[in-house]
Design a protein around this ligand. Structure first.
Ligand code: GDP
Length: 311
């Protein structure tokens, strides 16, 4: 249900387009297909995916009397195909809403999750939501407020931690994020916590700096906890669509990402961006943000996603 209301705008766009363009009884022609392709591209699914959908429509419906229901079915089937085809990203993609199945867990505990993303994408909120999701799944969580260059982010995260009832480790303003990560790891071990979530600085800077900073955090926690970080999640803002993608690719390299959190999928007409993310990046979308509240993070399930988009 959440998926459905979250993707309402994207669905509306697709829906209106199909009803608008393909009027029952008309003969389906190239002009209609071209117009539809333009609109698909505007939902940010990328030119390649839009091309594939239109090619399928051409194959099945060109020159025939329009049957809007049949057209919708062709589009839905192709969307499903695009999201779960052979080119899909690796990782446990079976449909399962249990967040623990989507994470590479450290059997010896704690599991360390590094979270990165550019300021404003929803990183702080996503960390809080993930902490809540994991707490609800019976995990004890420690947060490490490593975005030390933003006092407001630390305050915000502290407020969320209080609400969730989980431990948070903070550092001095402008202190080294790696030192906060170090203390976070020490605290998580001391408490015997199941999960440690590491916030990182989100300043948009040169890739070298970013790589150095994230590399340092990785080295520090890797020495304290075997195999850490076990997950490296990158937060991308769905409303920035294709623009977010190149940024994502940069971060992904620097942070050695293992998964994506796609935030702000609600209220965006650009939910189609999931498709190029899966096609272009070799890492899976693991979670999606569907609102501003603590409970608004869901495990990404491709099949549910397509059903929510169904026209
Ligand atoms: P950060 O700068 O990356 O840490 O971003 P924040 O977590 O502070 O979020 C920036 C803004 O986006 C805040 O107003 C959040 O409430 C909002 N936000 C974050 N995630 C979502 C989401 O999934 N949906 C919506 N609608 N808003 C979100």
């Amino acid at each position: 249900e959440k998926f459905k209301s979250g993707l309402q705008k994207t669905r509306q766009v697709l829906n209106t387009d199909v009803r608008d363009l393909f009027k029952a009884g008309a003969i389906l022609d190239e002009e209609m297909l071209e117009e539809f392709e333009g609109r698909l591209i505007r939902s940010d699914m990328g030119v390649e995916a839009a091309d594939e959908i239109v090619a399928e429509l051409r194959k099945q419906h060109l020159g025939r009397t329009v049957d809007p229901q049949a057209i919708a079915e062709t589009v839905n089937a192709k969307l499903r195909d695009l999201l779960s085809g052979e080119d899909r990203a690796e990782g446990g993609e079976e449909e399962n809403a249990d967040p623990l199945t989507r994470l590479n867990l450290n059997p010896d505990g704690p599991t360390v999750i590094l979270v990165s993303g550019v300021n404003g994408v929803g990183k702080t909120t996503s960390i809080a939501k993930l902490a809540k999701l994991l707490t609800d799944a019976g995990q004890s969580v420690v947060l490490s407020a490593g975005d030390t260059f933003r006092a407001a982010a630390v305050e915000q995260l502290t407020m969320w931690a209080g609400r969730i009832g989980c431990e948070i480790v903070t550092g001095e303003a402008n202190s080294d994020p790696a030192s906060v990560a170090h203390r976070g790891a020490a605290r998580a071990k001391e408490l015997g916590a199941d999960v440690l979530i590491l916030d990182t600085a989100g300043r948009l800077q040169t890739q070298t700096n970013l790589m150095n900073e994230l590399g340092k955090i990785r080295r520090v926690v890797g020495k304290q906890i075997d195999g850490a970080p076990h997950e490296s999640l990158l937060v991308i803002d769905a409303t920035t669509g294709q623009n977010g993608l190149s940024q994502a690719e940069k971060f992904s390299e620097a942070a050695g990402c293992t998964g994506i959190v796609l935030s702000k999928l609600d209220g965006s007409a650009k939910g189609g961006v999931v498709i190029p993310i899966r096609r272009r990046m070799s890492i899976p979308v693991k979670f999606v943000g569907l609102g501003e509240g603590l409970g608004d993070l869901a495990v990404f399930e491709p099949e549910k996603f397509v059903r929510a988009l169904e026209i």
